[in-house]
Design a binder for this molecule. Structure first.
Ligand code: E4P
Length: 215
């Protein structure tokens, strides 16, 4: 399973990269705004900076909602760096754009996936990744992890190559559930990734080993 970090914060991306387990980054307009990145030039430069820190795919989201606008933005973003993946919303114009871009060999990530039907359409269009949002489904008393399971079954039934990129991760249990089901990728805030490191018996055991060594 690949680990992506879901942030536009350079310090957090560097920290995850330094851990040695990072396979890529996902961003979205809200995450960019959170870091105060505004204006086309600054936004493009920020994506370049992120690509220079990590070795894997970096999702950059379009803000157009019509086919022509999406393609225009996608071409600028794709020319920016070879690691850029074009993140496209799950709407009819987005599906057309994914189909067009996949035909040109440009990687895409279909975002805002909340049903297996949406995931099926995105795969048919040739998306490189789909991003089902687990946490936002849980937030409305739906079951985000069930959605990952359903998409896994559907993709395996037909051998779709589209990778399931489980998004909107809220805690380390979400990551482990995705690993059990066989999600191809999780994208997570740094805290949930770091929470996987922790166990009180590890800390107690290490303290005892070091104390015994010093006797
Ligand atoms: C996906 O790629 C999104 O950037 C993200 O995971 C959304 O997460 P949120 O629901 O915590 O905003």
């Amino acid at each position: 399973m690949k680990f992506f970090i879901d942030t536009a914060n350079v310090e957090q991306i560097k920290e995850a990269q330094d851990l040695g387990i990072l396979d890529g980054v996902t961003t979205n307009p809200s995450l960019m705004a959170k870091e105060g990145i505004k204006g086309e030039e600054n936004i493009l430069n920020h994506y370049k900076t992120i690509c220079e820190i990590v070795e894997g795919d970096v999702s950059a989201e379009v803000i157009s909602t019509d086919f022509n606008g999406m393609i225009k933005e996608a071409e600028v973003l794709a020319n920016l760096h070879e690691q850029i993946v074009i993140k496209i919303p799950m709407i009819a114009e987005g599906i057309k754009a994914i189909k067009y871009l996949s035909g040109k060999g440009i990687k895409t990530n279909c975002t805002l996936i909340f049903s297996s039907g949406q995931a099926l359409l995105a795969a048919k269009a040739g998306a490189t990744y789909v991003s089902p949002f687990i946490g936002r489904l849980d937030d409305i008393s739906s079951d985000g992890i069930n959605l990952i399971e359903d998409i896994r079954v559907i993709y395996d039934n037909y051998g779709f190559q589209t990778e399931i990129l489980a998004a909107s991760i809220r805690n380390p249990i979400h990551i482990l559930d995705c690993a059990r089901i066989g999600a191809d990728v999780i994208t997570s805030p740094l805290d949930s990734i770091k929470a996987l490191l922790k166990h009180p018996l590890t800390d107690i055991g290490l303290a005892k080993f070091l104390a015994d060594h010093n006797k």
